[in-house]
Design a protein. Structure first.
Length: 398
């Protein structure tokens, strides 16, 4: 019955794993990611904040071959999305802020208290990437912001450039100081234009008399689990604690408690081997097959793709991020984008936006999964090309 629709509560045996096929599992994940309906978060500027609040975070990345991933991820869930909507959410409404999850991300401001302990730790202990920041550089940038207001690195003109410590480091001491103050929660990013960040005092940006109360370790563990259940539907320890191994023991302890209290169901997914998954009982009870065969051209940093092993398990698709792979060794292309049709990934398109000529360039079209079956390609191609026209308009919009 789990494959065809409603699963009665009586069928859910808490004392043994509930079996799901890959098809049923990925439909639950797609529904949790809100990729199963056209306008899951509504329209207009408010939809952006609602989307970030549901997803828990939206990753930020610098690569600009096509539109940057934070805009791309939101576009796939908000058909009428405009870049200005994200600025509205961050700078005017202040419903989202930037901080580190598994990567630099937009995070709901309502969740800020769960990040304050990490901020305080960075204030006490520093940051391993920014160990070279000198006290005088920190005092300088803090004085400039306190006295002159929010600023960007371009507003600081008297830096003496230094050697880089690693590829992504800045040669400007002031930039490193700004970054360290950001990780410490003293500064926040009040505005972003492309990748140019405006830094402001945290309390001045949010208008606080006092900051939110920091979350306790137990509250943070609960937050990690609840965020994953909401945005993933079916969770594993790896998917909850993506690139966060230290959190795993406490998260697993909490999961075991909830299973004993019958608040979570253990799920065995076909092909997952011994890897356990869990879901809320209501998630399984209301699991229904997808009714819309929507087409989404996904970012390689989309939550559906970024956890490569999970994507492979659910979709039988092994994504290759080849931007840093020598050209002769690439299979999919420099910046291949997986294409989701309904509940299957059927292609990977290497795209590039030529902003001068105002064209979206198709570098390479790779068929994968169901798209590799020649009999299905004509219909897939027609539907994907329709979405490509919409995607191009988004790329070229001012």
């Amino acid at each position: 019955m789990g494959e065809s629709g409603y699963i009665a509560r009586a069928m859910l045996r808490i004392d043994q794993p509930f079996f799901l096929s890959k098809a049923a599992a990925r439909q639950i994940w797609l529904r949790a990611q809100r990729l199963d309906t056209e306008t899951p978060f509504g329209e207009g500027p408010q939809a952006t904040a609602v989307a970030v609040e549901h997803l828990g975070y939206v990753q930020i990345d610098t690569i600009h071959v096509i539109e940057r991933c934070h805009h791309h991820i939101l576009f796939n869930r908000i058909p009428a999305y405009c870049r200005a909507d994200l600025r509205q959410a961050q700078s005017a409404d202040k419903r989202v802020f930037e901080y580190w999850t598994h990567a630099l991300s937009y995070v709901p401001t309502r969740d800020l208290r769960f990040f304050i302990p990490a901020m305080r730790r960075h204030r006490r202990e520093g940051h391993r990437w920014l160990s070279s920041v000198k006290p005088e550089d920190m005092r300088k940038v803090m004085r400039l912001i306190r006295e002159g207001g929010a600023l960007t690195i371009r507003d600081i003109e008297d830096d003496v450039l230094v050697d880089k410590e690693h590829l992504w480091a800045s040669r400007k001491p002031s930039k490193r100081a700004l970054q360290l103050a950001f990780y410490g929660g003293v500064l926040t990013i009040s505005e972003r234009n492309g990748m140019l960040k405006t830094y402001e005092l945290m309390e001045r940006h949010f208008g606080w008399d006092k900051p939110p109360k920091p979350a306790s370790p137990r509250e943070i563990t609960n937050y990690l689990l609840e965020r994953a259940l909401r945005a993933q539907g079916l969770v594993s320890l790896d998917s909850i604690c993506h690139l966060d191994a230290p959190s795993k023991p406490e998260v697993l302890r909490l999961i075991r408690q909830r299973v004993r209290r019958k608040e979570l169901v253990t799920v065995a997914i076909d092909g997952a081997g011994k890897q356990e998954h869990w879901a809320l009982p209501e998630t399984l009870e209301t699991a229904m097959p997808l009714t819309h065969g929507l087409v989404h051209i996904l970012s390689p940093f989309d939550p559906l793709i970024i956890q490569r092993k999970r994507t492979h398990l659910f979709f039988d698709y092994e994504h290759r991020f080849e931007a840093y792979v020598p050209k002769e060794k690439r299979r999919f292309g420099y910046f291949a984008l997986p294409v989701l049709v309904g509940d299957e990934i059927v292609a990977a398109l290497d795209l590039k936006t030529d902003r001068q000529k105002r064209k979206l360039l198709l570098q390479k079209w790779n068929w994968v999964g169901a798209g590799a079956k020649k009999g299905a390609r004509a219909d897939f191609r027609r539907r994907i090309e329709e979405e490509l026209h919409r995607f191009e308009r988004f790329q070229l919009a001012q």
